[in-house]
Write a new protein. Structure first.
Length: 381
């Protein structure tokens, strides 16, 4: 992980993130500029994800909706940003553009700065320097009040996850899940890219972390109680990641393959390579969790992903075959891929389950099974 100070003293890298102007004041009351800035603030950025500045920062006050970042109205007059690590508003905004909005940083002479600054400066009440702290979740996360948690969820998390966690274009559904309490607490406290030069101690994910200043520990416990209310402690065979729909069932009368070793790499199960899709490629597009890689159809029953990346986070995440937008109706080709270490450029091979042919495969998805969410996928062609 890059230490911020290293980056700051390292000029060639620094220009990328730190390219900012010296904060010249733009005419603060030009209403056209302010209106232009407001739409920049409230719309996602072209080339980025579905977040806007407004998803995470209110302009002046939160109006009953608590956002994950502090309000920004008037923040152009703060003297430092991001806990004293950055001196210019533009640098702080660029770090959010890159890290949270997955967009390119804006160049110092980008005209959008004038408008964005004008809009932010038109607010007030958030002019003073702020501190925030990335807190570790408490060791014991039990004892919260689920109904208080639901109210709080709908006044904060709903901005992305939707009322009662039903999901929006900004984030997956989380309400009705049987998530493990300590997992939820860790995701809420330390979500964000671990490679960040600005934030220390993040553990992966697209969702922003909730600092101690934006969410207290008692509030965190209430949220955990709400989101884990369907959680059942695994009792029998907790370590078994076996997919119950595992098709390599030796008792299956329709299974002509050798059940003793269906994945022996030296014997590609006598699989022919006659299907017209053999040799086709699919580039995996990331939606969540840093998914990447290239899938290739090797023969009539084998798909290989090279350069596979995935941050390893989730509950139960498997490779699914199916068709774009319809992986819900697809089928699993792997075990659960969730693990402590991220996947960084690995090669993985998958065998089509019995009863499936390449006719059933338009593409592959890194599929979050309990949520029914596509973390990243690609279509063969
Ligand atoms: C996904 C959430 C997210 C998005 C989107 C986002 N930010 Fe941030 N931003 C944060 C978090 C978290 C911080 C940490 C400090 C805090 O709590 O405000 C932060 C901090 C900042 C700071 C530094 C505040 C300070 O004084 O330390 C500025 C300035 C800022 N953001 C501007 C922007 C602008 C402008 C945009 C849109 C171009 C934007 N942010 C989009 C999450 C986000
Ligand atoms: C700025 C948008 C945003 C906000 C606000 C937000 N989340 Fe998220 N959250 C996401 C996204 C996007 C994901 C999926 C990608 C990821 O894991 O980072 C996610 C994932 C999660 C997960 C993990 C689900 C899983 O199956 O792995 C949990 C738990 C969660 N959020 C809880 C919360 C809670 C609780 C709050 C409010 C305190 C909250 N989120 C607020 C965007 C958001």
């Amino acid at each position: 992980m890059l230490d911020w100070k290293t980056v700051k003293s390292c000029a060639p890298l620094a220009v990328v993130l730190l390219a900012g102007c010296d904060g010249e004041e733009s005419a603060p009351s030009d209403p056209v500029l302010v209106a232009e800035g407001q739409s920049l603030y409230e719309e996602p950025v072209p080339g980025g994800n579905t977040f806007s500045c407004n998803t995470c920062h209110a302009q002046d006050d939160d109006e009953g909706l608590r956002r994950v970042g502090h309000p920004l109205g008037g923040a152009t007059s703060r003297s430092t940003f991001k806990n004293g690590q950055l001196d210019a508003f533009e640098d702080a905004a660029n770090s959010c553009l890159v890290e949270w909005m997955k967009a390119d940083p804006w160049a110092p002479d980008d005209e959008r700065w004038n408008a964005l600054r004008a809009y932010v400066a038109s607010g007030s009440g958030a002019e003073d320097d702020i501190d925030f702290q990335i807190a570790q979740p408490p060791g014991d996360v039990s004892g919260g009040d689920a109904s208080a948690g639901r109210t709080l969820f709908n006044a904060s998390c709903a901005q992305c996850h939707g009322v009662d966690g039903l999901g929006t274009e900004r984030a997956i559904p989380v309400g009705a899940l049987d998530l493990e309490p300590s997992y939820i607490a860790r995701r809420v406290r330390t979500s964000g890219t671990p490679a960040s030069p600005i934030y220390d101690g993040l553990t992966g994910g697209v969702m922003p972390f909730w600092s101690a200043q934006r969410l207290s520990d008692p509030e965190l416990l209430d949220l955990v109680a709400y989101l884990s209310s369907n959680y059942v402690e695994p009792s029998d065979d907790p370590g078994d990641p076996q997919d119950p729909t595992d098709p390599q069932d030796p008792t299956d009368p329709e299974d002509p393959a050798d059940p003793t070793d269906p994945e022996d790499p030296t014997d590609p199960t006598g699989c022919a390579a006659t299907h017209p899709k053999v040799g086709q490629l699919a580039q995996l597009q990331n939606f969540f969790h840093d998914v990447g890689g290239t899938a290739e159809i090797i023969d009539d029953c084998t798909i290989e992903i090279t350069g596979f990346s995935f941050d390893g986070e989730g509950i139960d995440v498997q490779i699914y075959g199916g068709f774009e937008g319809m992986y819900e109706d697809g089928f699993s080709m792997s075990e659960n891929l969730v693990r402590d270490e991220p996947y960084l450029g690995e090669t993985l091979r998958f065998t089509l389950p019995q009863g499936r042919t390449l006719d059933d495969v338009g593409g592959v998805s890194v599929w979050c099974v309990p949520v029914g969410a596509d973390f990243g996928s690609g279509t063969f062609g």
